[in-house]
Ligand binder design. Structure first.
Ligand SMILES: [Zn+2]
Length: 303
């Protein structure tokens, strides 16, 4: 089984965003679905086979973080009679997702510089905004939710972001939109933690709460879901993998080389609009990509 990992699907690419590389256009996505269509597995079917101990043959399409563009992705999938899996963070339906908010603040600010603590970042170009995003999001990712949200509020104040709606490419679905997405019949849901922290930096109580609260939300929602869990940013260790297993969830990573109890995924990004690149990535159920990732790790480990 090859599992593909998408993030956002947009009618028009938005080039100047810090996370632009994670976007796929609707047109590229449509061509990719057309190409894979005979091999795309329904998530329930894939799950059923996994439970019986088989590795199903085919491709599963997954989408992380619940961005607004997944509504279009679900419509496209439904048009071809296919179904994908949206890994979502329920906290984001009300509060937004912290790194989308950070990116949105950096994009919509009219300030040419960000001052936070003793540091400052120039924000005059898309490149500088991306640099600030990379540095700050890396720091916030390792914080417990309270500290991260407090820091985000400080950053937001410092950026003096004008009032108004977030950038459309940086908008997370609210619950009514999520329900609309599911109604297309092109998407079912799964667990991506309550608020997208780095689980391995949290106490065992905190990471259990992150996994459990999101799962309870899914179970109470009345919406179709698979008992699958995507580790935020693909980061896990033996303890967090155990916690996922104890919740009777199947863990998914964000790379092609993963431990036995985590299913690998191939990230599909903007550059994969190139059909040859996409073909190479998805050929022989991702085996070429896995070999490439193994070789890269080997060389990195031997340098
Ligand atoms: Zn994510």
């Amino acid at each position: 089984m090859l599992t593909l990992m998408y993030h956002n699907v947009l009618a028009q690419p938005a080039d100047d965003l810090p996370i632009a590389g994670h976007q796929v256009t609707c047109r590229s996505f449509q061509l990719q679905v057309e190409r894979l269509r005979p091999h795309i597995l329904h998530p329930f079917e894939a799950h059923d086979q996994l439970c019986k101990g088989y590795r199903p043959q085919g491709v599963v399409l997954t989408f992380d973080d619940g961005a607004l563009g997944l509504l279009d992705a679900a419509r496209i999938l439904a048009h071809y009679g296919c179904v994908g899996v949206a890994f979502v963070c329920p906290d984001a339906f009300q509060n937004g997702l912290w790194f989308y908010k950070l990116a949105d603040g950096l994009v919509r600010t009219t300030s040419g510089v960000l001052k936070w603590g003793r540091q400052q970042w120039p924000l005059r170009s898309a490149h500088e905004r991306r640099w600030a995003y990379e540095e700050i999001s890396e720091r916030l990712f390792v914080c417990p939710a309270k500290v991260r949200d407090q820091s985000l509020a400080e950053l937001w104040d410092s950026l003096q972001v004008p009032a108004g709606v977030p950038h459309p490419a940086l908008t997370i679905m609210n619950e009514p939109l999520l329900r609309q997405m599911v109604q297309t019949r092109g998407m079912v849901l799964a667990n991506h933690s309550w608020s997208h922290p780095n689980l391995v930096m949290l106490s065992s109580d905190e990471y259990r709460q992150e996994i459990g609260a999101a799962q309870r939300w899914l179970e109470a929602s009345g919406l179709p879901f698979v008992p699958w869990f995507a580790f935020p940013q693909g980061v896990h260790d033996a303890q967090t993998r155990d916690a996922v297993r104890l919740c009777r969830l199947r863990g998914f990573g964000a790379g092609m080389v993963e431990p036995n109890d985590v299913l690998p995924r191939a990230g599909i990004y903007r550059m994969d609009a190139n059909p040859w690149r996409f073909r190479a990535k998805t050929a022989v159920e991702g085996r070429l990509l896995r070999l490439k990732e193994r070789a890269r790790r080997y060389w990195r480990g031997n340098r």
